[in-house]
Design a protein around this ligand. Sequence first.
Ligand code: GLY
Length: 578
Amino acid sequence: MPLTRRTLIAVSLSLTFAFTPTIVFAASPTPAKGEHGMVVTAQHLATEVGVDVLKKGGNAVDAAVAVGYALAVVYPNAGNIGGGGFMTVRMKDGRTTFLDFRERAPLAATKTMYLDKDGKPIKGASLDGYLAVGVPGSVAGFEMAREKFGTLPRQELMAPAIAYAKDGFVLNQGDAASFAGGAERLAKDPAAAAIFLKKDGKPYGIGEKLVQPDLAASLSAISDKGPDAFYNGAIADEIVKASGAKGGILAKPDFEQYAVRELKPVTCSYRGYEIISSPPPSSGGVIICEILNVLEGYPLSYLGAGSAETVHVMVEAMRHAYVDRNSALGDPDFVDNPVSRLLDKAYAKDIRDKIDPFRAGVSKELMPKGFGESKETTHYSIIDKDGNAVAVTYTLNGSFGAGVVADGTGILLNNEMDDFTQKPGVPNLYGLVQGEANAIQPKKTPLSSMSPTIVTKDGKPFMVIGSPGGSRIITITLEVIVNVIDHGMDIQQAIDAPRIHHQWLPDTVYVEPFGLSPDTEKLLAGMGYHLDLSDQIWGQAAGILVGGKSLAQIEKGGGARYNGAIDSRAAAGEALGY
Ligand code: GLY
């Protein structure tokens, strides 16, 4: 029998293949080049802040801290000090760590706090206003990162952010677009509207300057006194006061008791590369690894980028992994996460054995379990002259978070509480069905999908990658890795390439508009898939490839040391090397 693609995929169910990638040429700009360092963020001024820190001799963690504070000023829809996030670090000596500075539920939180007396979810309660706010972690996280791995004083790292808040910055087209998107939400809170909207109630436009004096004062206080200014001082007092006055439950002990967790990253191997990514309370690293373990058994390079067969096996791997995500994962202080079972290569083979090579799976036939995420977050990737690599994803959850600012602080607060299960089995705002492992409890962290990831090869950094995108963060990050390793794309092509996503429920393959050819769509429909090409939210990945812009260039030699790519979907972003 001739070895056709169809027969090959059937055979591949039980075999592991390792093919040399074919080289594809997607239409994308050339990645940014650098020999000494690279910073990739969703906002060009923040990128420049990071590169300046590296040029002054700071390391990648110093730059990550400075960028984190800068984004809180120049990218306020997701950059923040009123939210939380994750940082994956790999130092030049091979040490790796993961800082969890994600939000925690307030002490007064209860499992049913977003349900009415009939047990039905109250519309908007977990998304809008102070009741939606989790205890913020970013300030504590940045300080722990700086103290443990940084080299420069806090004041030096925070100075650019303070300057942009005090003196203002001029909006470009990408900045203006994100402000326009948040105008309606921000108008509902007088303190937020006073900062982010003009006197006529309109958002700031291209060429106009946004000045944030209250935020400058809050940042200056943190710069001078450290995290105490946020957690034990006037800032916490103001937030607690506003929360109490406006229907929230935040109390001073929530702030006083907040602590960053240093955790061991999740790791796995994929075709000879090591993936270092986020452990619970993120589902990101575990689910990326689970999907990669399944995909390792298929010859993706041979099947080709965007082919019906590649989409089929990817969707099936996603379907199975997202069921596990929904049912099994949660805050490790509250839930026993079965990480080693989910990462077992034998478990991946069991999943492959269940995948019909010719037909779509059916989500309803898999155990119904839950999960939850949102769509507005930001990711940045940094590497320095010594090869220290940092991947940070942090968030307010929704765009501009809960849309509220406590008077005088200038700090937008998150609505991360929406990432918890409000009621098992009931889809959240984004149609996601969540489970018991992610139920609300005081001091618990909601399950996340954020996946700041570092990939190594032969003990050396190979890729730094991550993205916003809610539940799609996982598949976006995964697809960039697969596009580089299996399909031979350069880092910019891999990030720009059209995306697909499946998350178990709804049982729909989301496809980026024009992502697949009509013939491919027909083949997939014939296999039983329901495709949705209408959705526009596909994240904004930020990545770095080391040693060349693509695998082919790395193997040939002669490529730039650092190759950076910001997603072409990120209108205000920039990759900048030096
Ligand atoms: N709120 C987005 C996430 O944590 O995944």
